[in-house]
Design a binder for this molecule. Structure first.
Ligand code: SF4
Length: 284
């Protein structure tokens, strides 16, 4: 289950799935998130992902959630999904002490593209080196680290090189590429979606790299088909709770009324969960 702790983010990727109209003032506070976690434990959820936006911008909220969870449950696997910009040695140490298991660290060229576009240059090597340094910080504290790169036309030519370098120069546990989810901001920027031919070329390059790192590079060819919003069936335990407490089945269904299951402040997570279960049983 994904808990989106905040809409706030210090990047502005043009493939961002964050909604265009965000209600920052209605974001749930720490106490409400702790209630959500209590209900998730009762429902038997097996993993909790803390996402955003950028959850580390609300580090106090994240710390409180982890502390609350671990005081009651040691079994649930926890994952932080982050752009990595705020990763430091001290912060990583604290996250590990609080019982975090996995960090999903996205390699975002897009914000670099924007920042440097006026200079007409993209410092790929520096971006990759900074990323590797932070991966090694996370690994140094014993966290399991997965790296993700979104397949955007803006920097597609650098994707294979970046993945090869990261696998070679760090102890990252697993890497994969992700297609653009046509939701939120990304809906306005569909021009950055690469053609199937370009994606096929990247996949073939990645297959060559995978020969050297068979267990550390995941290639999910079926997941890179463009033109459709992925709506895999998943399970009810893969629900998403948005920063304002709305419950949906997946990220790609957020904002679609037919997939809205309820709000944790009105129905509680359990109430929304019932709607979710009914939707699954109808095969919706
Ligand atoms: S994709 Fe992630 S890092 Fe980029 S703007 Fe959206 S939330 Fe921030």
């Amino acid at each position: 289950m994904e808990l989106e702790l905040t809409y706030s983010c210090n990047y502005a990727c043009n493939y961002c799935y964050n909604p265009l109209n965000r209600e920052f003032r209605s974001e749930l506070n720490s106490d409400t998130w702790c209630n959500v976690i209590d209900e998730a434990i009762e429902l038997g959820v097996e993993h909790l992902s803390f996402t955003g936006g950028e959850p580390l911008l609300k580090a106090d909220k994240l710390f409180k959630c982890l502390e609350h969870l671990r005081a009651k449950d040691q079994r649930i696997a926890t994952r932080l999904v982050t752009n990595g910009s705020l990763i430091s040695d001290e912060l990583t140490k604290r996250l590990k002490q609080l019982g975090l298991d996995i960090v999903q660290y996205s390699l975002h060229f897009d914000r670099i593209n924007r920042a440097l576009s006026r200079l007409g240059a993209l410092d790929v090597d520096r971006t990759i080196s900074e990323y590797i340094e932070k991966v090694n910080t996370l690994k140094g504290h014993g966290l399991y680290v997965v790296g993700v790169v979104v397949l955007s036309s803006n920097y597609l030519n650098f994707v294979s090189k970046a993945i090869d370098e990261v696998l070679k120069r760090s102890e990252i546990d697993l890497m994969w590429v992700e297609q653009v989810f046509l939701a939120g901001h990304a809906m306005k920027n569909s021009g950055m979606i690469p053609s199937q031919e370009r994606i096929a070329r990247i996949i073939s390059e990645l297959k060559e790299i995978k020969e050297h790192y068979p267990s550390r590079l995941l290639i999910r060819e079926h997941a890179y088909i463009q033109g459709v919003v992925p709506l895999t069936r998943g399970t009810p335990k893969e629900a998403v709770v948005t920063p304002v407490g709305d419950v949906y089945r997946f990220h790609s269904t957020i904002g679609r009324p037919e997939h809205f299951c309820g709000n944790v402040t009105r129905q509680g997570l359990k109430g929304a969960w019932l709607t979710l279960i009914r939707a699954y049983s109808r095969g919706v």
